[in-house]
Design a protein around this ligand. Structure first.
Ligand SMILES: Cc1cc2nc3c(=O)[nH]c(=O)nc-3n(C[C@H](O)[C@H](O)[C@H](O)COP(=O)(O)O)c2cc1C
Length: 191
């Protein structure tokens, strides 16, 4: 079986982040034939500026674009800031939407965690809209909204909630299917 490479991108810069912890859990839960690598460069990206977005962009940007291009798919875990996507995550997405635009057509699964009652659902809706504009291939279901996140991880950031683990497992299976079925369908040819 072909091993799929997934890049996991947390929208949080916080050391004790629930969203990053969710991605760590995904590494343990993921199906066979899938390797999940955690991207760690979010805080090194400069704020997006078209003046910097030249043929030789900052090194952190080149690295981000390369990581995305080399991945078969992405798993994004987004916090919710003021009912939307955190600025750091939007900044990374903006950088990855220009130049070689490695997000275009990329299979992406999303999840999100929040101590609040809605589990980042509004941030995820905003994220879907952003990724639709870029033309990413976003997995529709399941929606993984980890509400009351503080009750679902232990003090070491380990996921302790079986229902969340099961949803995450279904999401990864869905991403796996999306990537593999996409590969089997040949592109349309014009005669
Ligand atoms: C500026 C700011 C705005 C926030 N807005 C929301 C919000 O709209 N909805 C929500 O559920 N939580 C909100 N929160 C709380 C975050 O969900 C919470 O800090 C969460 O733990 C952040 O994710 P992380 O644990 O991955 O760092 C906000 C936090 C900050 C700092």
């Amino acid at each position: 079986m072909t091993e799929l490479k997934i890049l996991a991108l947390s929208g949080s810069l916080r050391a004790g982040s629930y969203n990053t912890a969710l991605l760590r859990a995904a590494r343990r839960i993921g199906p066979g034939g899938m390797t999940i690598e955690l991207y760690s460069g979010l805080g090194e990206l400069p704020l997006y500026s078209q003046d910097l977005d030249t043929g030789t962009p900052p090194e952190a940007v080149t690295a981000l674009r390369r990581h995305i291009a080399e991945a078969d798919g992405l798993l994004i875990a987004t916090p919710e800031h003021n009912s939307s996507v955190p600025a750091a995550l939007k900044n990374a997405i903006d950088w990855a939407s220009t130049g070689s635009s490695p997000l275009s057509g990329k299979p992406i699964a999303m999840a999100g965690a929040s101590p609040g009652a809605f589990g980042s659902i509004r941030a995820q809706q905003a994220l879907r809209q952003i990724l639709a504009a870029i033309g990413s291939d976003v997995v529709v279901k399941p929606e993984v909204t980890v509400f009351r996140s503080h009750e679902r991880f232990d003090d070491d950031g380990k996921l302790t909630d079986d229902f969340t683990a099961s949803l995450l497992s279904d999401l990864l299976a869905s991403l796996d299917r999306t990537i593999r079925s996409k590969r089997r369908i040949p592109p349309l040819t014009r005669t």
